[in-house]
Design a protein around this ligand. Structure first.
Ligand code: HSE
Length: 464
């Protein structure tokens, strides 16, 4: 099917005097229903503003009986997504169902049959992007995916179009709203990680099973897509080094504040001088003065550093139905316009790029240790750091806290004398830049020291 033939030439009443592009929607959850509402209630204004007349004609869902608060959508509902893709009356397919199967087959079939696809599916793109972009290029149609990273923030288009020829050095993003909300609440109210997570769940930000968000999988998929778009690098989600936020404690956040930092979960993609690409997701200490430090609650932001453009940041709503539907709509207007003018967006060119192992990362570190509060401990620790070329920039000692489980009101036999309570200290180090492999070797040796009770956290410092 040629793109021009697929858009109806009917310019009669109801089509605002323009060729109508007929849309099939796969998925009607938060994003799908927000998009359906826009298309069903606001198509006239959209056509007026963009010159593109969009008509939603079918909506594929898993359960037809579910109530949907979208006026007029019931008559469009079907439970046959392949029927939508194969319907000759549908010109453009929007995939917001999520997951890999059957989304991958549906998107491939749509593209191969000459239908442009708009997708918000980060998991699909971060795992099968190259195959899908190749299929789109082979068929000469669009595969657009603005909503797959940072929801309503128009980031992909900025990178692909506005910064198309820019030599990007680094992209650092807060690309997961759930974890940003949790970290913000921990910092603002002193809530523990568990309390802040429960609050995020009660407000509907966090899923009942929060693993994908809090362990960084969601952000890692987005980091892979950022590597594709900003660096043209063939990177998939599994290539991304990943750590989540579940081990970040209130003490870390408080220590970071005293030291002039904020802890954020960052997705970082950066080009090394050797041509290798660093792609990682982990909690990071961000200096308070850095623009990313002030991005709070469930907001997303991406900070871009380029050779000629310098530094810039895009900030906005990274999740939620309406913001994400806004990004999908922008893509849909482009895809529909391209269809009517027989055009197509530039192909996303991807090449194999070596991925820098995390061991080769060089940055400053925040290290928190719980140690016995006795003489000789500091020199033992500094001996370990020194042997591995890790130089300390600053060190502070917190008020000692009791060793858990040694003594206390829940002691099983309160009749017996209390065992001697060993004083414990919390030490916080910030290092000068060091290699990750050296820091990891330090951690390994520190764990062997009799005086080190527990490693609290190791958090990388970025944005200095
Ligand atoms: N769960 C994501 C977040 C939104 O919390 O940002 C969808 O990518």
């Amino acid at each position: 099917m040629s793109p021009s033939a697929s858009a109806s030439e009917d310019a009669g009443p109801g089509t605002w005097g323009r060729p109508t592009v007929r849309v099939g929607l796969l998925g009607c959850g938060n994003v799908g229903s927000a998009l359906a509402r826009l298309l069903l209630t606001d198509a006239g204004r959209i056509a007026e503003r963009t010159g593109v007349a969009l008509e939603l004609v079918k909506v594929a869902v898993r359960s037809a009986s579910k109530e949907r608060d979208v006026p007029g959508v019931e008559r469009l509902i079907t439970t046959d997504p392949f029927g939508v893709v194969r319907d000759p009356a549908i010109d453009v397919v929007v995939e917001v169902m999520g997951g890999i199967s059957p989304a991958r087959d549906l998107v491939l079939e749509a593209l191969r049959s000459g239908k442009p696809v708009v997708s918000a599916n980060k998991e699909l793109l971060a795992n099968h992007g190259a195959e899908l972009w190749d299929a789109a290029a082979a068929a000469g149609v669009d595969l657009l995916f603005e909503a797959s990273v940072a929801g309503g923030v128009p980031l992909i288009r900025a990178l692909r179009e506005s910064l198309a020829g820019e030599r990007i050095h680094r992209v650092m993003g807060i690309v997961n709203g759930t974890t940003n909300y949790i970290l913000t609440r921990m910092a603002a109210s002193g809530a523990t990680y568990q309390e802040a997570l429960a609050e995020a769940q009660s407000l509907g930000f966090a899923e009942r099973d929060p693993t994908a968000d809090v362990e960084g999988y969601d952000a890692a998929a987005k980091a892979a897509i950022l590597a594709n778009v900003a660096f043209g690098a063939k990177v998939v989600a599994g290539d991304v080094y990943r750590e989540g936020i579940s081990h970040v404690s209130g003490q870390d956040i408080e220590a970071a504040r005293r030291l002039g930092f904020v802890i954020k979960l960052l997705a970082v993609v950066e080009a090394g001088e050797d041509g290798a690409l660093g792609v990682r997701v982990h909690p990071a200490m961000v200096p308070e003065a850095h623009p990313l430090a002030s991005v709070s609650d469930s907001y997303n932001a991406v900070f871009i550093e380029g050779e000629t453009v310098g530094q810039l940041m895009l900030l906005g709503r990274g999740a939620g139905g309406p913001p994400t539907a806004s990004a999908v709509l922008g893509d849909l207007v482009d895809a529909a316009h391209n269809l009517t003018v027989k055009g197509v967006a530039r192909k996303l060119e991807l090449r194999e790029v070596p991925i820098r192992p995390i061991d080769d990362l060089r940055c400053a570190y925040y290290l928190s240790l719980f140690v016995a509060d006795r003489s000789g401990v500091l020199s033992a620790i500094s001996g370990v750091l020194g042997r591995h070329n890790v130089s300390v920039r600053s060190m502070e000692q917190d008020a000692p806290e009791p060793e858990p489980g040694v003594a206390g009101p829940s002691r099983p036999d309160p009749g017996r004398p209390e065992p001697a309570r060993e004083a414990q200290a919390h030490l916080v180090f910030v290092t000068h830049p060091a290699f990750e492999r050296d820091m990891q070797a330090c951690l390994h040796e520190l764990r062997q020291l009799d005086s080190v009770r527990r490693i609290g956290s190791l958090v990388r410092v970025v944005g200095h």
